[in-house]
Structure formats: structure tokens, C-alpha cells
Design a protein around this ligand. Sequence first.
Ligand SMILES: [Fe+2]
Length: 208
Amino acid sequence: MQVFEFFAEPVPHLVISNFFSAPNRASLMNSIKRLEHLMTAGEMEHNQTKLRRILPKKQNLNLWVYERPDDGDCQNIAGLIEKSVWSEVMKKEYLKIRDSLFQHYEKSNYSQILLSKYTRGSMYDWHKDLLKSLTANIWISDDEVDGGDLYLKSNFEEIKKIKYQDNTCIMYPSETMHRVSEVTNDVVRYSIQYFAQTLYNQSKVVDV
Ligand SMILES: [Fe+2]
């Protein structure tokens, strides 16, 4: 059964344990494993590339799921995540939270899904995601992972560590500074980043 914990500090974030049912988790893991051979070394996006020349900011493997819309495994991943993120139970949780990003989330739409694989030495340094919505960071691993934890930082430099745990979803504003610490043992740690887009971005502009 899903367990919801909301925290207001250092930035509003929702932690959902036991995110997928056992059959859905198994189905998701099978799809991820069949796509694994397509994953390529991660790179920083857009204006963050300059930073990469100074510091190796991102060391992991990635696949954008929506770049392969005809692939059955990609469709399975997208379907499972969308159904889970916008389930009736989740919508009720969003509405309970006194934060506009969460309250508007049920009026959002799918946008992008990024599948990532971390092994020993993988990490992702401080960065922001590019959308102005919520990031759902979903963790799946069959192993006991040392490191690979998520750190969230507020505008006032307050930092919180969230320990990596299988079958957990963390939701936070995409513009939050965050990082993933280095994985320090011989394991495979998967994560799925789900970036949704608020519907007003797609709505018609009406002349007044
Ligand atoms: Fe990120």
C-alpha cells in the first residue's frame, strides 16, 4: 500500500513509498531491462553544458522514452507512470497540499520521460530540471544501493538528503536545485524522471 509523506522544507516535496503494486513494479522492471541496451551516456542540457567543461557533472546512462513512441516497452513504461501519477488517490493527495504547483498538477499533461541507469561511480551534480512544473523521480532497483541518494536545496542553501529506496517516488518543483550522490557499490540503480507540463502552456490564447 502506498505511503504518502509531504514535507514543506527545504522545498515542498512529496515522498511516496511502495509507489507501484508488485505486478506493476515487476512489469516496469522487465520493460526497463529490455530497453537497457539503448541507453547512452548522459549529457547536460542547454545552458548547463558550459558547466560540464569545468566539472564532470553527470555520469550515468539515459534513454528518453518518448523518443521511441512505437516501442511496446516504452508505451508500457509511459502508461504505468501516467496511470500511477494521476490516480484518484494521488490527485486527492495533491489537492491536500497547500502549494500551487501540487494543486495544479492534476491539470497537467504528460511531457517527457527520462530513464536513467546508475552503477558504481555514477552521479549527477547540482542542477535544475528545465520545466516549470513538478519533477517526479521514481526509483527502482533489485539491489541494496550505497549512495545514489537525492539531495534537494532551497534558495536559502538549506539541504535535505533523501536516501535511495526501491519503489519510491519523490515529487518536487522542477526548478529546485538537486543532485544525486555517487553510487559506491556494485549495483544497478534505475530511476525514471517524469516531467509533466501544465496545461495552460498548451491552451488557446483568446483575444480580449
Ligand atoms: Fe534532475
